[in-house]
Every structure is written in structure tokens, then in C-alpha cells.
Design a protein around this ligand. Structure first.
Ligand code: ATP
Ligand code: MG
Length: 432
């Protein structure tokens, strides 16, 4: 006999069943994921976004150049290995996020030529070697969007409004936080002022933050471990914004206000990736997630396409964490379900044959039907119908076959409806 092989730490199985009932967080079922995914599938195309899929495996240099060597993701969280195939050594990583890959595909296929303005959305697993916590896993799922080729603030506004619509449709309690990181003219001046300030406060900062003063000082503002009063006292970008960056930010705020999308300006919102410029935003859950409360984050990355070998193309996008959204849906008891309309309980061999034929014709008419495949007493078969959350159940015995009539029982109410077996489709159509 073999021993059980445990799953990899930080990964999870997503099943139709409720298991792990003793776990300290709500267990996520496939129905929670499906609810979130289908809301994305219906919402994003309303705004012209089309789905794109890229590989999980990419060359490590894509993320090193795209996300930045100094980031936590590239510096310590990637699953990287050497792919020695074809005699050459190539460093490969499992994607920790999808933006860099989509930009690679955009550049690779010259999309800029055929489509000056492009909107893509994606869904799939991402991989980061992080410490597992509630809402933080090593394999997790992101749904995100990217819009290439639009410079002005209207696309930022449209995308944030779309994120707002999607999360609202899911019933997520959240607040939209908004900030600007300025542009190429703003950043060096702000960065220098920030470095001066942080150097002056070195003694009071954590070692991580001290190390970041030279490499990535803006990230220090995002620290969860430093004294808030020191972070609050840091020079604000506002004083350094170029006229163009300020006009863009004003345009975003004005547009959101005009379209009635609520937001809060949050000067400490800086985001972890190097590629962001100008607008940044995060949807933060206002209850239910503890420390891992950011359900979606995004912003502008106007330099990224060029940095990855393409033209001077503007970009703006966001990525949402599906597991975090799913935890909120689970806590609220919301999920997609695929319950059968009818459960048929045949009492003997002849009845089983008749049940299979009835099921076949109902399924051909698009109705979900389960037939009891196990010969059991009526009570046990009805338990199974309940477990499947079937809408109706029908017991098929000798009398029903002889008379051609049977009773449809509505499981929730117990109400019975006598129907003819020859027009079950019509009967179920009328009742449901
Ligand atoms: P955090 O600050 O929570 O680590 P991040 O800035 O690293 O987030 P992004 O890279 O912007 O996150 O990813 C966007 C979203 O993806 C996050 O807001 C979150 O919802 C989700 N996400 C990121 N990392 C994980 C993870 N390890 N497990 C589950 N979800 C994640
Ligand atoms: Mg992170």
C-alpha cells in the first residue's frame, strides 16, 4: 500500500464539495471561483476587453526587466529553474503575475501595428514563494486587464469604473483608493527628497526599509512594519508633480466624480512593482480579510512596453486576487451553483431503463437531470436528491410506468404536481 502524498504548501484543491470544515478560514469551493469568473466574463466585454492567454513559463529575464530586480517578487519569490533543453541553458520562471507576459505578447505579435488601442483581460494561476497566510498563497489566481495605447485619463477612469462595477456586482464591501506616482519629470525629484528624508531617519527604520533607501525608496512608504508617524512625515509627491502629471491626476479624479465612482485619495498607495507611473489604484476590502485586504491593484505603466522592446505605448491595467474575492463571497454565502432541475428515483430494473430514457430526452432539451444509479430504497434516494440540491424529484415505480403519470415533488416546499411522463419537458418548463 502506498502512503498519502500531501499537496505542496501554499497550494489548494478547489472542489465542488465543502471539505476542511474544521479549518479556520472558509473553505473555497469551485462555485465561489465560478461566480467571480463569470461576473468578469460578462462585465469586461461590456467595455471592449477581450480575453488573452499566455504561458505560465517565461524566460526569467522578462520578469527581471519587466517587474524589476529590486522588487520582492523578482528578488525572492519566483519559482525559477534552469531549462537545459537543446544543449543551451535558459533560466525559466513560473509567472508571478501576468502583465509582463501580456506586454511580451503584445510586442512579439506587433499588436501596436494592427490595433493602436487594445484592451485585453486574463485569468489564471500565478506563483510566488511567499509565507502562507489567510489570503496569501504560493499558487493563487488572478483576473486582470490591460489597456494599451491610450494616453489620457479617460481610459484610467473607464477601467476603474469597470473594476467598481465588477466588485459591486459580486457584493464585495470595498473602498477604491487612488494615488499618482507622477511621471519621469516628477519621480527623480521626489525620489531624491524621499531619500534625504529617509536617510535622516535611518536609525528609526527597520533594516528592510534602510536597505530600500538606495534601491527603491518609494517602496518604504508601503511598509507595514515601520512607525506610521515616520512614514506620514515623508515628503509627499504632491509638491513635486509636474504640470502634466498633475493635469492627468486631476483628469482621473474629475472623471470618476462625474461618473459617480466613489474613491479616496491615498498618498501612501505606492504599489510593489517598479513599472507603475502616474495613476495607481487599489480596491481594499473594508471587512473580512484582515491583513491581506487588497483585493485588486493596478495603475499606469507607460514605460513598460518600450522597456520590453516595443514602441512608446502607454498602458494601464489592474489585477485582482481571486482567492481573496472568493473568501469574501464564501463568507457572504454567495456562489455559482449547477444544481439539477430533476432527480429521478427508479424503483426496479424496468424503471431504471425508463428513467435513463426520460433523462436523455430532458437533457437533450437542455435540462439538468440526475438519475439514481444505485438501487436503494426511496428514502436514501431522496437523501441523495437533497444533497444534490435538485429542484424536483420524481419517483418512478411500476404504477407510474403503467399509467404514464407521476408526481413531481418540489424538494424545498414539498409541493406535489401530477404530470404526464410524455410531456415532462413542458411540465418542468412551466413549473420552473
Ligand atoms: P500584497 O501587498 O497583498 O502582497 P501585491 O502588491 O503583491 O499584494 P499584486 O502583485 O499587485 O499584489 O497583485 C494583485 C492582487 O493579487 C493583490 O491585490 C492580491 O489580491 C492578489 N495577490 C497577490 N499576491 C497574492 C498571493 N500570494 N496569494 C493570493 N493573492 C495574491
Ligand atoms: Mg505581495
Amino acid at each position: 500500500m502506498g502512503s498519502r502524498i500531501p499537496p505542496v504548501k501554499g497550494t489548494r484543491d478547489v472542489l465542488p464539495l465543502d471539505i476542511y470544515k474544521d479549518s479556520d478560514e472558509p473553505w473555497l469551493r469551485i462555485g465561489h471561483y465560478q461566480l467571480i469568473e463569470s461576473a468578469a466574463r460578462t462585465t469586461f466585454p461590456l467595455y471592449g476587453y477581450r480575453e488573452a492567454r499566455t504561458p505560465i513559463l517565461e524566460r526569467t529575464e522578462l520578469f527581471a526587466r519587466g517587474i524589476g530586480e529590486a522588487t520582492d517578487i523578482v528578488g525572492k519569490e519566483m519559482y525559477t529553474f534552469d531549462d537545459g533543453a537543446e544543449g543551451k541553458s535558459v533560466s525559466i520562471s513560473m509567472r508571478p503575475e501576468n502583465t509582463a507576459s501580456l506586454v511580451r505578447a503584445y510586442v512579439q505579435h506587433n499588436v501596436q501595428q494592427s490595433e493602436p488601442e487594445t484592451k485585453w483581460w486574463y485569468l489564471g494561476p500565478m506563483f510566488r514563494r511567499e509565507r502562507q497566510q489567510k489570503g496569501r498563497y504560493r499558487q493563487f489566481t488572478q483576473i486582470g486587464v490591460e489597456a494599451f495605447g491610450s494616453q489620457g485619463p479617460r481610459i484610467d477612469v473607464e477601467q476603474i469604473e469597470m473594476l467598481h462595477r465588477w466588485l459591486t456586482a459580486l457584493g464585495i464591501p470595498f473602498a477604491m483608493h487612488l494615488n499618482t506616482l507622477g511621471d519621469g519629470e516628477t519621480r527623480p525629484r521626489w525620489k531624491a527628497a524621499l531619500q534625504d528624508y529617509l536617510r535622516a531617519h535611518q536609525a528609526e527604520l527597520t533594516a528592510d526599509s534602510v536597505a530600500r533607501i538606495e534601491t527603491n525608496p518609494i517602496r518604504v512608504l508601503d511598509s507595514k512594519f515601520d512607525k506610521p508617524e515616520i512614514l506620514e512625515g515623508a515628503p509627499r509627491i504632491d509638491a513635486f508633480l509636474s504640470d502634466a502629471a498633475r493635469a492627468h491626476f486631476d483628469g482621473v479624479k474629475e472623471g470618476l466624480t462625474r461618473l459617480g465612482v466613489p474613491f479616496v485619495v491615498d498618498p501612501r498607495l505606492v504599489r510593489g512593482l517598479d513599472y507603475y507611473t502616474r495613476t495607481t489604484f487599489e480596491a481594499i476590502a473594508t471587512e473580512g480579510l484582515g491583513a491581506q485586504s487588497t483585493v485588486a491593484g493596478g495603475g499606469r505603466y507607460d514605460g513598460l512596453v518600450k522597456q520590453l522592446g516595443g514602441g512608446d505605448v502607454a498602458g494601464v491595467g489592474f489585477a485582482a486576487g481571486v482567492e481573496r474575492l472568493a473568501l469574501l463571497c464564501a463568507a457572504a454565502g454567495r456562489e455559482a451553483s449547477s444544481r439539477p432541475v430533476l432527480f429521478i428515483a427508479p424503483l426496479g430494473e424496468a424503471e431504471e431503463k425508463k428513467a435513463d430514457e426520460l433523462a436523455q430526452s430532458l437533457r437533450a432539451a437542455g435540462l439538468g437531470v440526475e438519475v439514481s444509479l444505485r438501487r436503494a430504497n426511496v428514502g436514501n434516494m431522496m437523501k441523495r436528491a437533497d444533497a444534490l440540491s435538485a429542484r424536483f424529484a420524481l419517483v418512478l415505480g411500476g404504477d407510474e410506468i403503467t399509467s404514464g403519470r407521476a408526481k413531481l415533488k418540489e424538494l424545498k416546499t414539498g409541493a406535489q404536481h401530477e404530470v404526464s411522463l410524455t410531456d415532462l419537458v413542458a411540465a418542468l418548463g412551466q413549473l420552473s
